[in-house]
Design a protein around this ligand. Sequence first.
Ligand SMILES: [Zn+2]
Length: 87
Amino acid sequence: MELKNFMEKLVMEKLDIVINANPSMCNCQRCRYDVAALALNSLPTRYVATSSGATYTKINSLDQQFHVDIISAITQAIRLVKKNPHH
Ligand SMILES: [Zn+2]
């Protein structure tokens, strides 16, 4: 068994889509991880206990529930990183 923060998985899945929709955003790994970290800090942490792919259905339904929050958290994080890039 292990514990996973599925919010992290959902943010990483949506990161590309939102960054690609913001062409002025730097797409290097450093900035992408800064965006992911900022977005995750502003979202609730949601741990699931997982042993196999059995949690997948659960994650999918939670994806629906948090979809709008995640997109807006990433959008907000992009704005911050663009204003203050670490390089
Ligand atoms: Zn960059």
